[in-house]
Design a protein around this ligand. Structure first.
Ligand code: P6P
Length: 332
């Protein structure tokens, strides 16, 4: 196709960024792409199929699993297991990590942590939802089963990270550490096409994104910052705009395009915050830093945190460099 670069073409072209790559990461990313297209198909017709609503199951978070959550989880696990490039996965929907035991998978170089369908509480009300994925090289011995140590790596060890947003259009945005690129799914050809090359978040923005219903449980620093956002005597002479979708991928993606700050802080109800380090905060932090933004807990750079457990939660502040710096200055 003239003028259009597909994701598959782009991944292969960028494979040269990895002198030692022999195609495994390329194939692994394509496995994720295939699963995302299957999930996208079901998300787009969720209202028609008997796939809306909740199951009778709860995940380890104590959250009722939506039928589409479980469907999406199954698709990504199947694609990664059959693809053979990953020796194991960790998912929001699974209590423990899964070590794939085929001979080919045991020789897989990578592990993948993912949230198969983030923001799933929005599924039944037709609000954008997303998939978030994070890829590491394994630290355990090739030819053996994946171990927990493969998953409990600092975010700065990530090889690649990305998200799929199932919104007014479906987009896949990812990084392998050489910038961020966004691809829009063209349903007429079933291919993701490069639509947002070299994505970078504006250094300044006027959008703040937080669940203000939690402010009574938040620190003075957070409350003082939100008060500042609402003041009219800033240099911009106008208050910022509040935008909160309640779907991390959608709030994050909007800020990547327009500039802004996303905050899910620690509260007295949730001292570690709500969002999970392995498959929400670390991948999004990698993307945010690659796009020129900041990703912090308020006290630490998110990607420097040593994970202690698979479903560990961390306070999350991510967005435009100057906006995040404004907030961090209040923490000090
Ligand atoms: P709250 C969705 O459940 C999610 O994990 C993120 O996608 C989103 O940012 C957050 O929780 C919303 O949480 O407490 O504001 O509804």
């Amino acid at each position: 196709m003239s003028g259009v670069k597909t994701l598959s073409e782009f991944i292969i072209e960028k494979q040269d960024d990895f002198p030692f790559a022999s195609g495994e990461l390329t194939r692994l990313l394509n496995d994720i792409v295939i699963a995302s297209k299957i999930v996208n198909r079901e998300v787009n017709k969720a209202g028609l199929a008997d796939i809306l609503g909740a199951t009778t199951q709860e995940n380890i978070q104590g959250e009722t699993q939506q039928k589409l959550d479980v469907f999406a989880d199954d698709q990504f696990i199947a694609a990664l297991k059959n693809g053979g490039e990953a020796c194991g996965i960790a998912s929001e929907e699974n209590d423990d990590f899964l070590a794939f035991d085929s001979l080919r998978s045991k020789n897989g170089k990578y592990i993948v942590a993912f949230d198969p369908l983030d923001g799933s509480s929005n599924i039944d009300v037709n609000v954008s939802i997303g998939t978030i994925f994070s890829i590491y090289r394994r630290v355990s011995e090739m030819g053996t089963l994946a171990t927990e140590a493969d998953f409990l790596q600092k975010g700065e060890n990530q090889v690649a990270a990305g998200y799929v947003i199932y919104g007014s259009s479906t987009m896949l945005v990812y990084t392998t550490g050489n910038g961020v690129n966004g691809f829009t799914l063209d349903p007429s050809i079933g291919e993701y096409c490069l639509s947002h090359p070299n994505l970078s978040i504006p250094k300044n923005g006027k959008i703040y994104s937080i669940n203000e219903g939690n402010l009574a449980y938040c620190s003075d620093a957070i409350n003082n910052y939100i008060t500042y956002c609402k003041e009219i005597d800033k240099p911009t002479n106008r208050p910022y705009s509040a935008r909160y979708i309640g779907s991390m991928v959608a709030d994050f993606h909007r800020n990547m395009i327009k500039g802004g700050i996303f905050i899910y802080p620690e509260t007295t109800k949730a001292p570690k915050g709500k969002l999970r380090l392995l498959y929400e905060c670390n991948p999004m932090a990698f993307l945010m830093e690659q796009a020129g933004g900041i990703a912090s807990t308020g006290k630490h750079r998110i990607m420097e945190i040593e994970p202690e457990e698979l479903h560990q939660r961390v306070p999350t502040i991510m967005g435009s460099k100057n906006m995040v710096k404004e907030l961090l200055s209040l923490y000090k």
